[in-house]
Design a binder for this molecule. Structure first.
Ligand code: GFB
Length: 316
């Protein structure tokens, strides 16, 4: 891909989008285009069409989405379904109409059936019922994958979909009601430590299993796929190993240096029992994750501390 390509990163203020912008800069791309929500409302079809018509965009990285942890997904199913559907529909359709040939659509490993065989291959999509806590979000993301496939088939575009497992890293959301598990555990361990508490609460049984991927690895994989001139399809992105939520909580406590007990809150859901991706399709192309959980937790905790001290933990 030409270093002068005009690359639009949709959702550049979020954790995934900001990692994509960092990765593109590291690789020498110097025409990265971004728009804040006040400059371009991606739920507004007319505004999105105008932006693409006038923007001479070559490539799109679609990271804009309404995202959240298990409780946010359960509490706001309408928002998760509607907002994600409309953003994808507007951006993918406007990109096609403006002649954009290359697009990467970011999804999530929750698109796969709840009781999926592990590790999860891309082929298992739509082979069984979804996990209820995030069904609306998963259905929106499946629609985005299918939109890319359908446009490739009908119009000859080269739109591909990247399905990362549970992401974490700089710029995450630390609001305990809406965040994903890893930022929540870091914050809880930190607050327990500074308040002198002897325990912290972990939702569910602690036995659910999750595969955690540093967001810089995800961004590297997405740009790697673009540079590999892949013309379409679905690609899992993960590190190839999972941990129980209890193990993750203990790892977060070690990163924070909090030595108290864990109290499990069984009134909160476990969600999907396990989500471990089969990443062999991407590995065959030559890409592997590089950031291990211990290092990733340590650097993410430093990011958390910077934001905690400046009181900007919740995403606007
Ligand atoms: O990251 P998370 O909220 O979402 O992780 P999912 C949920 C798992 O962590 C459940 C446990 O097993 C929770 O019981 N957990 C323990 C906690 N303590 C906490 C806590 O303090 N906060 C949170 N949030 N969880 C999301 C989907 O599923 O994964 C999205 O809802 C998306 O759609 C995302 O796909 C990647 O992994 O269950």
């Amino acid at each position: 891909m030409d270093k002068s390509a005009r690359i639009f990163v949709a959702g550049h203020r979020g954790m995934a989008g900001s990692a994509l912008v960092r990765n593109l800069a590291t690789r020498g791309y110097y025409n990265v285009i971004t728009r804040s929500r006040s400059e371009l409302d991606l739920t507004n079809q007319v505004a999105v069409e105008e932006f693409f018509r006038d923007g001479a965009i070559d490539v799109v990285l679609l990271a804009a989405a309404k995202v959240g942890g298990i409780l946010a997904n359960e509490s706001y199913p309408g928002d998760f379904l509607y907002t994600n559907l409309i953003i994808e529909a507007n951006v993918i359709h406007a990109a096609y109409r403006a002649g954009v040939q290359r697009l990467v659509f970011l999804g999530s490993s929750c698109i796969y059936p709840r009781e999926c065989q592990q590790p999860i291959k891309e082929d298992y999509l739509l082979t069984g019922p979804l996990e209820k806590t995030n069904e609306p979000y998963a259905i929106a993301k499946i629609a985005g994958i299918k939109l890319c496939e359908a446009f490739n088939y009908q119009y000859g575009t080269q739109y591909l979909s990247v399905m990362p497992t549970n992401l974490y890293g700089p710029n995450d959301n630390y609001d305990l009601k809406t965040s994903h598990v890893l930022p929540a555990l870091l914050r809880k361990a930190h607050e327990a430590k500074v308040s002198g508490a002897d325990s912290m609460t972990v939702w569910g049984t602690g036995r659910a299993r999750r595969e955690l991927l540093h967001v810089d690895d995800m961004a590297d994989a997405a740009v790697f796929l673009l540079e590999s001139e892949i013309s379409g399809g679905l690609y899992n992105v993960g590190c190839g190993a999972d941990v129980t939520i209890e193990e993750l909580a203990r790892a977060a406590m070690r990163a924070v240096d909090f030595e108290g007990r864990i109290e499990f809150d069984a009134s909160k859901p476990d969600g999907t029992p396990q989500k471990l991706l089969d990443v062999s399709k991407l590995a065959e192309l030559g890409w592997r994750a590089k950031i291990g959980l211990v290092d990733g937790l340590a650097s993410t905790y430093r990011d958390f501390l910077r934001r905690y001290e400046s009181r900007v933990l919740e995403r606007a």
